[in-house]
Design a protein around this ligand. Structure first.
Ligand SMILES: *[C@@H]1O[C@H](CO)[C@@H](O)[C@H](O)[C@H]1NC(C)=O
Ligand SMILES: *[C@@H]1O[C@H](CO)[C@@H](O)[C@H](O)[C@H]1NC(C)=O
Ligand SMILES: *[C@@H]1O[C@H](CO)[C@@H](O)[C@H](O)[C@H]1NC(C)=O
Ligand SMILES: *[C@@H]1O[C@H](CO)[C@@H](O)[C@H](O)[C@H]1NC(C)=O
Ligand SMILES: *[C@@H]1O[C@H](CO)[C@@H](O)[C@H](O)[C@H]1NC(C)=O
Ligand SMILES: *[C@@H]1O[C@H](CO)[C@@H](O)[C@H](O)[C@H]1NC(C)=O
Ligand SMILES: *[C@@H]1O[C@H](CO)[C@@H](O)[C@H](O)[C@H]1NC(C)=O
Length: 319
């Protein structure tokens, strides 16, 4: 009788432990399912990372419609967008990022008008990019750990900022602002680039970015004459646009970089990789800077420019 009773107690005890473990399992499964619903998809057996996924909104496991991610299917992907202005070094910066084997930055996709006509075409385009279904020469496809593109502030970004901020927050897109501190240098680059669109100084072709010192030298020979009245307007406008963009997007996950800082301090590239949580790599670009001479040698009417800027809040651009 005693042995029988003892066996019964043991049985009940073992049963209760079993039940407890089972309920823990279903809890884990439940967590998993929640994650799946958040991401709309997921077949990765990533239960070990459950807590990470719940806490880190910027992790994604996209399932592209056009191919399978194969051995990298269970590597998380981060979404980013480089928010910048023309002639601020973003082309160079993007080639640096794309030299990382796990980064796909797909260029200035919103330079095409139809893609930014209205918010629904913007969202449709971004959905395709972030689902890894967008193909450019930069796409690394299955083993991308970070996917994004370059977006100029005047390509519908400021105009539709409310919806875009909402999208970034919902999808966990990280914003990388890349601006130029010296807006006068930027302006000279804009003027020279727009001059070259017609002049086509390089053997009859127009190039915005160059890969050899000779090409850089030829393009830098052009010295624009700056209309000083328009210059002050332009500088104020550019500064205002930059300030406004940061203000609009301040509630998203973001980082603000300045071209000059990245040029002078390569640890900034480390910051970016940390921001995107990428495995660290040395990044490189074959692009060459076009305007390397002192500013005074790059403008035809330098005296006028100097007089107009000296003593204003833009005075520091002269040096
Ligand atoms: C948005 O723009 C696209 C492409 O330009 C167009 O086909 C579509 O009808 C537009 N949608 C709305 C809601 O206006
Ligand atoms: C980066 O790419 C390599 C090669 O394609 C791949 O083996 C590796 O798993 C990727 N790393 C991440 C973090 O996705
Ligand atoms: C222009 O073309 C000539 C002949 O093809 C070539 O030797 C030269 O390097 C080219 N110059 C540039 C700047 O591409
Ligand atoms: C500068 O541009 C303004 C506005 O377009 C124009 O009225 C003015 O004459 C220009 N000044 C010079 C020196 O070209
Ligand atoms: C370079 O950048 C890093 C990280 O942003 C910063 O900590 C460091 O002080 C910078 N170095 C210089 C010389 O500015
Ligand atoms: C700039 O302005 C200051 C006075 O405000 C003057 O002393 C200086 O010579 C000016 N510099 C140039 C380069 O015009
Ligand atoms: C740029 O604009 C901001 C805000 O409008 C202002 O505080 C700042 O002084 C401006 N910068 C320059 C160099 O004028």
């Amino acid at each position: 009788m005693v042995v029988l009773f003892f066996a019964m107690v043991c049985g009940v005890y073992i049963c209760s432990i079993c039940l407890k473990q089972m309920s823990q399992n279903t809890k884990a499964k439940f967590l998993n399912i929640k994650v799946v619903n958040n991401d709309h998809q997921n077949s990765c057996p990533s239960s070990a990372h459950n807590n990470d996924i719940v806490l880190d909104q910027s992790l994604h496991y996209p399932q592209p419609g056009t191919f399978t991610r194969e051995e990298c299917g269970c590597n998380p992907v981060r979404y980013f967008a480089i928010l910048s202005m023309q002639r601020s070094g973003s082309g160079w910066f993007e080639t640096l990022l794309n030299s990382h084997i796990n980064v796909s930055s797909n260029g200035e996709i919103f330079s095409v008008r139809e893609r930014r006509m209205n918010i629904s075409s913007i969202v449709k385009t971004m959905d395709k990019v972030y689902n890894l279904d967008w193909f450019t020469s930069a796409s690394k496809n299955e083993c991308s750990a970070a996917v994004g593109f370059k977006w100029m502030l005047n390509q519908g970004l400021i105009q539709h900022h409310k919806e875009i901020v909402e999208y970034f927050k919902k999808k966990g897109v990280s914003a990388i602002f890349l601006f130029r501190r010296n807006l006068l240098r930027r302006m000279i680059s804009v003027l020279a680039n727009s001059y070259d669109k017609d002049a086509k100084l390089l053997n009859g072709t127009h190039k915005s970015h160059v890969h050899s010192p000779l090409e850089a030298q030829i393009l830098a020979e052009y010295k624009p004459k700056i209309n000083v009245t328009l210059m002050m307007d332009e500088l104020n406008k550019a500064n205002e646009t930059m300030t406004r963009a940061i203000e609009y997007f301040k509630s998203t996950r973001h980082i603000v970089l300045y071209y000059e800082d990245v040029v002078n301090n390569r640890t900034k590239l480390k910051d970016v990789q940390e921001f995107l949580k990428l495995p660290y790599r040395e990044l490189e670009s074959r692009q060459i800077k076009i305007h390397t001479a002192p500013l005074s040698k790059q403008v035809e009417n330098w005296d006028d420019v100097q007089k107009a800027l000296n003593g204003t809040s833009f005075g520091s651009y002269l040096y």
